[in-house]
Design a protein around this ligand. Structure first.
Ligand SMILES: [Zn+2]
Length: 348
């Protein structure tokens, strides 16, 4: 086989740029610089780096992603990934080995980034296991790389889906206590990979914290002395237009539902207790809510109302208990209605 034929086979047909692999010492300069195969006509040069972590001296397979080459263990990868096994089989039939290692090129259209592949290998080689300590960014990377669309590691994909399902609370009570990391990326992944149990929480977090526009309720006058909304400090999220529209629609439903609840002064069993609500509802509930986007965050605002020290303001014990029960019921009603607003089928 001539050098040119060799490189035509090693390099995928669609991979046009001239490739320098000198850092790998996989070839001699004569072969790569030989313009008989036409490579030198391309001016773009790309250095393919041996991966600093996963270039294992006893590796038996070289896997090339975008910009990196990984020398790893063939049987380990083939056992887990039907896609890599199939790619190896089809490419090995055409390619010579290098230093005794078959070379597999992951097609660009699979969209596998070197960073995600590294995360997958970090799990496979027990360097960064998928456990309760695994950070979200690691789980997200392994989820993508192990998916059917990318490298198809079914058992690892299922494992990381379950882990992500536990990392993000799926119940109302847990969500109210949690701080959700990177909800935009998490929602994008949950929708793309159908992690149903966490979608509702993530839609709620995004809809209520993404600083989306919403209609002001009709007939509601601004509260006197309410501070002018200064420069928004909310984080900006990176969401697709389709997901942004769904969050916007959810926020509209939440605001429409919650407006009469927030702006209607609570009543109690006893006249004296109702009088206390009449005096305090504006300063203790409405005004703080308007000052802190509380209308757009009904679950949190109801929680604040529940946790107010109503007894200290003179409400009797029985009314405090009953009203807290009622407000918890309002929270649950909102949570349950969200399934319909989002048209979600949440699996138990
Ligand atoms: Zn009372």
């Amino acid at each position: 086989m001539s050098f040119t034929t060799f490189w035509c086979r090693v390099l995928p047909r669609f991979y046009a740029p001239f490739v320098v692999m000198s850092t790998l010492n996989l070839t001699n300069g004569g072969a790569i610089l030989d313009d008989g195969g036409g490579y030198s006509r391309h001016s773009a040069h790309e250095i393919i780096q041996p991966h600093p972590r996963y270039w294992l001296s006893d590796g038996s397979l070289i896997v090339r992603t975008q910009g990196h080459a990984f020398k790893i263990h063939r049987t380990l990868l083939h056992r887990h990934s039907p896609v890599l096994a199939a790619l190896s089989t089809s490419q090995e039939a055409n390619c010579d080995s290098m230093h005794g290692c078959p070379l597999v090129y992951i097609p660009d259209e699979r969209g596998v980034s070197s960073a995600d592949f590294e995360a997958l290998l970090a799990h496979l080689y027990h360097d960064t296991p998928i456990d309760s300590d695994a950070p979200f960014s690691h789980l997200a990377a392994v989820l993508r790389a192990s998916s059917k669309e990318q490298l198809d590691f079914p058992s690892i994909h299922e494992l990381v889906r379950r882990r992500l399902g536990k990392l993000i609370p799926s119940e109302l009570e847990a969500l109210l206590k949690a701080s959700v990391e990177q909800p935009d990326e998490a929602l994008t992944l949950a929708v793309e990979y159908d992690i149903d149990s966490i979608k509702k929480s993530l839609f709620y977090v995004l809809a209520t914290h993404a600083d989306l526009d919403h209609d002001e309720p009709d007939g509601m006058l601004p509260v006197p002395d309410a501070p002018v909304d200064s420069t928004p400090s909310q984080p900006r999220f990176n969401l697709s237009p389709a997901l942004t529209r769904r969050c916007q629609a959810l926020l509209d439903e939440l605001v429409a539902h919650f407006t009469p609840i927030l702006f209607t002064v609570a009543t109690a069993h006893h006249m004296a207790c109702t009088d206390i609500f009449a005096e305090t509802w504006m300063p203790l509930v409405i005004q703080p809510a308007l000052e802190s986007s509380g209308l757009c965050r009904p679950l949190e605002t109801l929680q604040t109302i529940i946790e107010l020290d109503w007894a200290a303001h003179g409400l009797c014990e029985e009314c405090v208990r009953d009203k807290r029960e009622e407000w918890r019921g309002e929270q649950k009603a909102i949570w349950d209605r969200m399934d319909g607003w989002l048209a979600l089928t949440v699996k138990a």
